[in-house]
Design a protein around this ligand. Structure first.
Ligand code: B12
Ligand code: SF4
Length: 515
């Protein structure tokens, strides 16, 4: 039986490093456990894994938890390997998207004792209670448990049905210098007009699950939404608490139709919110929002709209399950340009049965929209059939891969983010790579044609200046007592801020974006 020898120890959860997004999963997990009176410690993964292991051991935890997205699976298995070499006396628990669709595989490949399937708040709490009382974890629903001889699935677990009952997020556990000033992260890593240097961004989750089933996507739970009024109230409180200027509605569930967009605009007015916001939307929803309401969204603060184009071929859009045509998407992107909302969009190459002609249509789509609005921010990916998606099922049905392990080996055989794991298209591997490269290059070339040269020079300056700033900060962190470095760091810090703000202003002007 899986048990813990530290029955009164804290629950230790090890999150990924915070970079450009707030870790919602760990925020809600810890919030729920704290509301139940549990002791929680959140650690963040670091480059020095031995130091991380020592920190975990020093806490004598009841259990240690890791997890979240599939790309983290390998690194987490390496951390668990190191932990195991210390003969630990507490269970290792994993959870998140990397576990839920393939639970038995995930615990076996990582050598974890227990996997939490689906939403973790209630299940993890029930597991914590069982471990504290010395009960067998197999009595808790929603788990996969590895006993010596077998792997046991304990059945469907409980989740929070009413989104109004989501726990309060214990922000004090998540260092705000890491997640609040996201504008600074963008300037240092990929300067773009969408995000501003001085942005302080709060993250609002509008719901969970999704009623659609795009063929590349996975959801472990049914769709549920928070009332718009609650979302806006939460935003108002957080904006005040963190003196933030921007709201990030990260999931495309916040606005499910024009009536929700209307509610959002109205509540923003009622609560007198003076902040910018980024909204994620499906194109079929944007299509139903008329021009007048779109203007109102813009006036109420909508600066960025995140949308998934995915393909410029109507045939592929149908296969994905997008319920929209390229013609309608082009009109919608033009409408966004007309009201001054900055779109961020994605296109994938290598979709199921995709041909060269389909990708050429995506390229044409991209070129047309960039010509109309060179401030569109595109991201291109190679289709990856992540576990849980319809495409993942397909690769085994069609015998393209043998099993979960083969997918894992192929996914983790290179560290590059943009690689082809399985070819689902009607193109050869080389052709997929060629077209992926082609769309990326043509995008950059078209932007260069459409925007003034100075824009690129300024963004390069912003980027390099940011890198130098990071280097000085690291140097200072290492030798905090060195007075000369302290003076250098603070003088440079002030010049840095002034310089970045100035560069940004010029850049936005050159791009024709009003502040
Ligand atoms: C916001 C978001 C992001 C953000 C932040 C992700 C993050 N790590 O927080 C960013 C933009 C960084 C991102 C990036 C990617 N994402 Co993303 N993302 C999302 C999105 C829209 C919301 C996630 C979220 O915040 N959910 C809210 C929280 C509360 O839910 P949760 O994360 O599922 O956590 C719950 C449970 O999973 C569980 N749990 C999670 N972790 C743990 C740990 C323990 C110990 C336990 C017990 C339980 C547990 O309990 C939590 C609370 O209930 C989802 C879609 C969705 N609506 O879920 C896709 C989604 C998670 N992303 C996905 C993917 C594929 C990616 C990328 C790989 C895309 C890419 N090709 O680059 C990258 C990977 C980045 C990386 N290096 O890991 C897939 C995952 C598919 C899969 N089977 O793994 C999803 C489901 C969307 C999809 N297309 O299918 N993503
Ligand atoms: S891609 Fe977006 S709309 Fe499609 S299923 Fe996933 S979350 Fe839902």
């Amino acid at each position: 039986m899986v048990s813990s020898n530290n029955k009164s120890g804290p629950v230790v959860l090890v999150s990924r490093k915070i970079e450009y997004s707030f870790p919602n999963s760990y925020a809600y997990l810890s919030g729920y456990l704290i509301e139940q009176g549990e002791k929680i410690k959140i650690l963040f993964r670091k480059d020095d894994l031995n130091q991380l292991i020592n920190e975990i051991l020093a806490l004598n935890p009841l259990l240690v938890g890791f997890g979240n997205l599939y790309p983290e699976l390998y690194e987490i298995s390496q951390i668990i390997k190191l932990l195991r070499s210390k003969n630990i006396e507490f269970p290792v628990v994993i959870g998140g998207q990397m576990v839920s669709p393939t639970p038995e595989f995930a615990v076996n490949i990582t050598d974890a004792d227990i996997g939490v399937i689906g939403e973790g708040e209630i299940i993890l709490y029930q597991l914590v209670q069982a471990l504290r009382k010395g009960n067998d974890p197999i009595t808790v629903k929603g788990l996969v448990v590895r006993n010596k001889e077998s792997t046991i699935l304990t059945g469907a677990g409980e989740f929070i049905m009413d989104m109004r009952n989501l726990p309060k997020i214990p922000y004090e556990l998540f260092p705000k210098e890491k997640w609040l000033k996201i504008g600074r992260w963008y300037v240092k890593n990929c300067p773009q007009p969408h995000w501003r240097f001085a942005d302080k961004v709060i993250n609002i989750q509008g719901g969970r699950g999704c009623p659609f089933i795009c063929n590349f996507c996975y959801h472990h739970s049914i769709p549920r939404y928070k009332p718009i009024k609650d979302i806006v109230t939460e935003a108002k409180n957080l904006l005040a608490l963190f003196k933030a200027n921007m709201i990030y509605f990260g999931d495309d569930l916040t606005i499910t139709g024009p009536e929700k967009a209307r509610e959002l605009v109205d509540y923003i007015k009622v609560y007198k919110i003076k902040a910018s916001f980024s909204l994620s939307l499906r194109f079929d929803v944007l299509n139903k929002i008329n021009d007048e309401l779109l203007w109102e969204l813009k006036k109420s603060g909508c600066r960025i709209m995140g949308l998934g184009v995915e393909s410029g071929s109507n045939r592929i859009l149908k296969i994905i399950g997008k319920r929209i045509t390229k013609e309608k998407m082009i009109i919608d992107l033009e409408r966004l340009k007309n009201v001054g909302i900055l779109p961020t969009v994605s296109i994938m190459v290598g979709q199921f049965t995709e041909t060269k002609e389909d990708v050429e249509e995506s390229i044409e789509f991209m070129l047309k929209t960039v010509r109309y609005n060179p401030n569109i921010q595109y991201a291109f990916t190679i289709t990856t059939p992540f576990p849980g998606s319809r495409l993942y099922e397909y690769i085994f049905k069609k015998g393209l891969l043998k099993d979960n392990k083969e997918f894992y080996d192929k996914y983790f055989c290179s560290s590059s983010d943009w690689k082809q794991v399985v070819n689902l298209s009607n193109m050869s591997d080389d052709e997929v790579a060629y077209y992926f490269d082609k769309i990326n290059k043509l995008y950059i070339a078209e932007k260069k044609k459409m925007l003034k040269k100075a824009v690129f020079k300024i963004e390069a300056l912003q980027f390099w200046f940011g890198r130098i700033h990071s280097k000085i900060e690291i140097l200072y962190e290492k030798r905090k007592r060195n007075i000369l470095l302290m003076i250098l760091s603070s003088v440079f810090g002030i010049i840095y801020i002034i310089f970045q703000i100035l560069l940004e202003k010029i850049n936005l002007k050159l791009r024709g974006i009003k502040l």
